[in-house]
Design a protein around this ligand. Sequence first.
Ligand SMILES: *Cc1c(COP(=O)(O)O)cnc(C)c1O
Length: 359
Amino acid sequence: MIHVTKTFLPKQEDYNALLKRSWDTQWITNRGDLVKELESKIKETFNIPYMIATTNGTLPLQIAIKALGLTGEIITTPFSYIATSSVIAWEGCKPVFADIDPETFNIDPSKIEAQITAKTSGIIATHVFGNPCDIEAMDKIAQKYNIKVIYDAAHCFGVEYKGKSVFNYGDVSTCSFHATKIFHTGEGGAMFTKDLELFETLYYKHNFGHNGPEEFHGLGINAKMSELQAAMGLAVFPHFNEILKRRHQLYNVYIENLKVSDQLQFQKIREYTAYNCAYFPVVFLSEDILDLVKNVLNGESIFPRRYFYPSLNTVSYLNGESMPISESLSKRILCLPLYFDLKEDDVLQICRLIHKSLN
Ligand SMILES: *Cc1c(COP(=O)(O)O)cnc(C)c1O
């Protein structure tokens, strides 16, 4: 069976050796050595000033909304995982959608301005599948209207834009280290900022607002990463370059074999991007064709996923207006299997089955 993704598991003995440190110190959460070491390694490797490891990739979005004081309306993309929108509603704000660019699949800055009202406090945009947003245009809008930008960079581990980690852009950037993501800690995530004062606010908020055992800086919640999660991260991290390299190889095999078809569209990766090949999305001419291809692949025990479907503006409790580009893309896009130990022969077989279904 081939699924859209497969979790990279390090050698169990490597994981156990890291866990032994927790057993030795009897310290399994509340920012022990393993969490601190994971943060240091990531910050050093990607040249990031401030990072806080968290227990998943959703809480950092909620904490960022709180820390930046966002209220009222937040403009966001209809083409993302549900968490990008649901955190806005969960924090008592209103998600206001702006449609996407049909080539990059990211929120279209030219659609954002039309949605800005006196109630708009910020933007939450996803770098979809690890492809950086039009960061310069977003910055301009944020400055002009004095609003904040949060990037949901859940897919972006290892991505660079203009020679810098993509986590360095926006007021706050967040990542997910969920088991399905390119780098993982089982469950886990992180938040990043370049601003020391904001970092401190985020830091307090992720640990109940504690400022020492008996004092509180302000309202907080619990988003701490445990030592057990960090141990997984530290066991996986040394393999990250290998993982990236392998994904690039397989990604290129897909492109080489599928680009010959004029019935398929691929995501346009932005210029100046060192891409991480976190996903391999392919877009069909219609939803009927997608269903056909998906059924053929399923018949061979191959299970691609409809990322992202449905378009978030159509989710009933989010009350979005119509977003024609996102809705059309959502119906026609399929993410093909892509993971470290996927075989090149399997990629070739998937490509053959797609060509056969299209003819
Ligand atoms: C995975 C994902 C999240 C949520 O991350 P968790 O670690 O599962 O909480 C948020 N946004 C996007 C775009 C994601 O893909």
